[in-house]
Design a protein around this ligand. Structure first.
Ligand code: PHE
Length: 434
């Protein structure tokens, strides 16, 4: 049935869980702790909170409202506001296809790490191991494909039988794993120092770069700027309150990010690694530490399972976004759409999977293919797409802002911010990013 009739969520809770599943991803568990570390801990956290509540909540409401209002894929939604805006929906689709091309490579590494810990094939030096893994000409590709196939199964099966089921299982498991690991972390000797780093602001660390990073992080973590929330919103029933849903989503997404910090910083301070260790934190420093920790193997497995569920539920929403566009625009069945997209994403992800090995020296403006994709999507496309949706809805589509914010004083404030402040903020972020 889902092939012909537009699907809808079987309950409000299922929608909220799936939307949290989209939002909670590598951005929360892997990226949030290391950018917080890099930008001085608590000051970053505070800035991030203000940005997410007063700025990024607004495009989140708009995306959900847009989908809910037209009940269509991203391209058609913009086309319905004005046929001239179709290109803009297409740009969202391109973004939704480009993100998996690097995001799923990380998913592949996660599968590999779960496997080595499960089978007890644990290397003694993770730094050597990680570079060996990536220098293989085929292993990163196979791993990426494996992750892609696992993710693709769920949009293939449809919204209720696939996406909801996956999220209803993965998200509660993720929550339990995260809480367990956070408890282990706060019982470590470095817990006090770690938590102080995270929660006690040192305002001297405040900078312009910090604000821009917090803004980029907030967009990425809320899955804003590529139509994922438009798509999930399009399966909503009429009576759902968008503003309330958006803030519920923000609450849980932020809670997970903070818990991820609570899980990671005590470990970092207990074992004396740099909190700014960057992307290598999850795949080199942390696994190395796990080996010295109490309950090392179960903790490591739990940690990588947690990362896997986070990445998979976000991956599912990315694929569903492009799947919905293909179904509605090319008038093909869901199954066909998913198969075609799996092929496209598979091919596109090959060069980025090889970016740490065979194609390590192939650089575009000094960046590897993996880093270029990350840069083009997170720093250019997400803020650009967000800027455009703010302008379109703020100035030309009052029916969408009404759906998004409802009425009342707070709605008035959000609308004011949307029209006069947000375009400036995102235009500025874009210019500086470029
Ligand atoms: N929000 C996801 C994360 O935090 C990433 C994502 C971005 C997912 C855009 C879907 C769309 O990792």
């Amino acid at each position: 049935m889902e092939d012909t009739k537009r699907p809808s969520w079987s309950s409000y809770i299922s929608f909220i869980i799936a939307a949290i599943g989209s939002a909670v991803g590598l951005g929360n568990i892997w990226r949030f702790p290391y950018v917080t570390g890099k930008y001085g801990g608590a000051v970053f956290l505070l800035t991030y909170l203000l940005i997410i509540i007063f700025i990024c909540a607004i495009p989140l409401c708009l995306e959900l409202a847009l989908g809910k209002f037209f009940k269509k894929d991203t391209i058609t939604c913009y086309e319905k506001i004005s046929p001239k805006l179709k290109w803009f929906g297409q740009l969202n689709l391109i973004t939704a296809i480009l993100i998996p091309a690097f995001y799923f490579v990380v998913g592949g590494w996660i599968i590999n790490y779960i496997w080595i810990f499960l089978t007890n094939n644990i290397p003694s030096d993770f730094s050597v191991y990680f570079s060996e893994l990536n220098s293989s000409p085929y292993q990163p590709i196979i791993l990426t494909f494996l992750f892609l196939f696992i993710v693709a199964i769920f949009p293939y099966r449809g919204v209720n039988k696939g996406i909801e089921k996956a999220n209803n299982f993965m998200m509660p498991t993720l929550a339990v794993a995260l809480i367990l690991l956070a408890i282990v972390a706060i019982s470590l000797p470095g817990a006090k120092e770690g938590l102080e780093f995270m929660f006690k602001p040192d305002f001297s660390k405040f900078s312009e770069e910090l604000i821009l990073t917090a803004l980029g992080q907030a967009l990425f973590t809320l899955s804003i700027g590529m139509g994922a929330m438009v798509t999930y919103g399009s399966y909503l029933n009429k009576d759902v309150n968008i503003k309330k849903s958006a803030y519920t989503l923000i609450f849980f997404d932020t809670l997970v990010s903070i818990l991820a910090g609570v899980m990671i910083f005590p470990v970092v301070f207990t074992y004396g690694i740099e909190p700014t260790a960057g992307a290598s934190l999850a795949f080199i420093s942390l696994p190395q530490i796990f080996l010295n920790m109490p309950f090392s193997i179960p903790c490591a497995i739990l940690f990588f399972l947690l990362l896997f569920f986070a990445a998979a539920t976000s991956g599912i929403s990315l694929m569903e976004t492009s799947t919905a566009c293909f179904i509605d625009n090319f008038k093909i069945s869901r199954k066909k759409a998913v198969v075609i997209l799996t092929l496209i994403i598979g091919i596109l992800s090959i060069p980025s999977a090889l970016s740490f090995g065979a194609l390590e020296n192939f650089k575009i403006f000094g960046k590897t293919i993996f880093d270029s994709l990350d840069f083009v999507t997170s720093t250019i496309l997400l803020p650009f797409n967000t800027l455009i949706i703010c302008i379109i809805c703020g100035w030309f589509a009052s029916e969408i802002t009404k759906e998004a914010f409802g009425e009342g004083k707070f709605a008035g404030l959000l609308k004011f911010l949307l029209r006069y402040i947000l375009p400036l903020v995102f235009a500025y972020a874009l210019i500086v990013g470029l």
